[in-house]
Design a protein around this ligand. Sequence first.
Ligand code: HEC
Ligand code: HEC
Ligand code: HEC
Ligand code: HEC
Length: 125
Amino acid sequence: MSRKVIAATLALSLATLLLGLTVVIGAEPAGHPDVGKAGDCVACHEMVTPEVTREWFAGPHGLNNVKCFVCHGSTGTNFTTVPDTKRCVSCHADQVVSMSKPMMKGKTCFSCHPNHLLKPHGPGM
Ligand code: HEC
Ligand code: HEC
Ligand code: HEC
Ligand code: HEC
């Protein structure tokens, strides 16, 4: 093979490889990276997202041991990044009911309560 052909072949395989990667990444279903089902959320997330874990520990859920899976589900099964109110109702039924008031239109719990720290923002939220 001439140098040109080799170069072209290399370029083509590189392009194919990159395209393949893009397709693989693009095809990844929305969800958690594969870590098996029995992963300890807090132990790993203390390393991968230390800020999130710190805020959870400092907030009322961390203090009361309301764990990550309560909102996010378990990796590989019922995982969700953005929990809806179905995941709150067993403990905060009153607040979930109040979300159907007209003034709450377009809001979620997290419009007022920061995701992990949960302490509400000041007035004028
Ligand atoms: C072995 C390590 C490991 C374990 C165990 C683990 N995670 Fe993760 N998790 C990760 C990594 C890595 C990411 C990607 C982080 C990033 O994108 O910065 C991630 C991302 C996430 C995200 C964000 C997803 C998104 O769409 O951005 C959430 C929420 C999450 N994990 C919750 C959990 C919960 C709940 C558990 C336990 C049921 C758990 N994780 C267990 C490593 C882990
Ligand atoms: C009260 C429910 C709740 C609990 C409990 C909870 N999270 Fe979240 N988490 C959320 C919400 C809401 C978001 C924002 C999702 C969005 O809008 O993208 C989020 C986002 C995340 C993200 C994405 C990065 C970010 O900063 O937004 C990670 C990672 C994450 N959570 C990990 C965890 C881990 C680890 C725990 C336990 C230590 C945990 N969460 C506990 C509600 C919760
Ligand atoms: C297993 C029970 C349980 C579930 C499920 C649960 N929480 Fe909680 N939550 C608690 C406990 C316990 C506290 C601390 C005591 C209290 O303030 O009621 C708390 C406190 C809070 C607070 C405290 C606000 C403050 O200023 O004191 C907010 C906000 C909150 N939870 C939001 C949520 C949201 C949003 C969900 C669903 C995505 C959820 N929780 C699901 C048990 C739960
Ligand atoms: C429009 C803003 C807003 C929305 C939306 C909202 N909250 Fe609150 N929440 C507050 C404020 C403000 C407080 C009062 C905090 C205080 O006095 O410490 C509060 C207090 C709480 C408390 C503490 C107990 C109490 O009654 O004072 C819990 C638990 C709570 N909210 C859960 C939720 C849940 C779960 C959702 C969604 C179903 C939600 N909140 C939606 C603003 C909001």
